[in-house]
Design a protein around this ligand. Structure first.
Ligand code: SAM
Length: 298
């Protein structure tokens, strides 16, 4: 199997975060398959990210043990990832139960195991798009693990920045004229603004009116905020820097005909008793933020 490139390896980091969460007595969800998907690389990446998260310290010097720098706390990737996974688990299940979306498209599915672990209440065709190497590695680790009842899983190895993935999706059975539910999780900040927009535009073209589209993203300021720098350095060092963010996700999605709302972890619907930091109100400009966004294709 070809080695995974830097951005593909981030799927192992997400698996490592989910495996770790699954071990916690107060876990927000259970992903029992995640531990099989981490590999040595995923554990190493998680170590680097966990080290970079939390309070920043001054360097210890002779006779100086170092101390926390007031006001310099890196937002917790571990807690964010737990909340994000649970939030989108709940979102997907609610939409399928209430809205009856028969097609679910995981854009950049990585080591996501929702086809195998969520209690889907209605039949879903679940399309997983990612680089071929990522999907092969996942299948090799999961072997003949059965998907959950009511799921038909359709893995599709593609380059999401290339011209052919939309055709590949349709060839695999996706029906653009029928309502669909889309998730772009852990993806947009690895793309340039142009690439993210091109992807949103193509998703919007494929999504029939009434379809739903969800994603996470960061604010533009996050890319330059000193408090986030240690975390950004980890991704930069790995060869997959964060490249884009947007302060007004609702306005961005509206450009592509998607009426969206954005929630920040720590707000009431995305807290789960877990978010450790203050939440910046939306009217405060120029601060680091992450958003959980979801909307309807008009
Ligand atoms: N959504 C998954 C999850 O939450 O578990 C995976 C997130 S992982 C952080 C990012 C994923 O984006 C990787 O699996 C990577 O291969 C995929 N990705 C990034 N750029 C891509 C591209 N141009 N084509 C296909 N996949 C891409």
């Amino acid at each position: 199997m070809a080695p995974l490139d830097a951005i593909a390896r981030t799927s192992l980091l997400t698996a490592a975060l989910r495996a770790k969460e699954t071990e916690r007595p107060d876990r927000l969800y259970e992903d029992p398959l995640a531990a099989r998907l981490v590999g040595a690389l995923g554990g190493d990446l998680l170590g680097q990210v966990a080290d970079a998260s939390g309070p920043r310290h001054t360097d210890p010097g002779q006779g100086d043990p170092g101390h926390d720098v007031p006001g310099q706390k890196v937002p917790s990737t571990v807690d964010f990832n737990a909340i994000r996974t649970r939030y989108f688990d709940d979102y997907l299940l609610t939409q399928v139960t209430d809205g009856g979306y028969p097609q679910v498209v995981m854009v950049a599915a990585g080591m996501d195991t929702r086809a195998y672990r969520l209690p889907w209440t209605r039949p879903v065709e679940l399309f997983e798009l990612d680089r071929p190497g990522v999907l092969e590695a996942k299948e090799s680790a999961l072997g003949d693990e059965p998907v959950r009842q009511r799921v038909t899983r359709r893995p599709i190895g593609v380059d999401l920045l290339g011209p052919d993935w939309t055709d590949a999706l349709v060839t695999a059975g996706y029906r653009p004229e029928e309502p669909s539910l889309w998730l772009l999780e852990g993806l947009l900040y690895y793309l340039t603004d142009d690439e993210a927009r091109q992807l949103l535009s193509r998703v919007a073209d494929l999504a029939a009116p009434g379809s739903r589209i969800a994603a996470d993203m960061v604010s533009a300021t996050t890319l330059t905020a000193p408090a986030v720098a240690p975390l950004l350095e980890v991704f930069e060092r790995q060869g997959c820097p964060w490249l884009s963010g947007h302060d007004e996700p609702e306005a961005l999605f509206a450009e592509y005909g998607i009426e969206a709302e954005a929630v920040q972890p720590g707000e009431e619907s995305a807290h789960y008793g877990r978010w450790p930091d203050p939440v910046h109100p939306r009217h405060v400009p120029d601060v680091e933020r992450v958003f959980l966004v979801h909307g309807v294709r008009k």
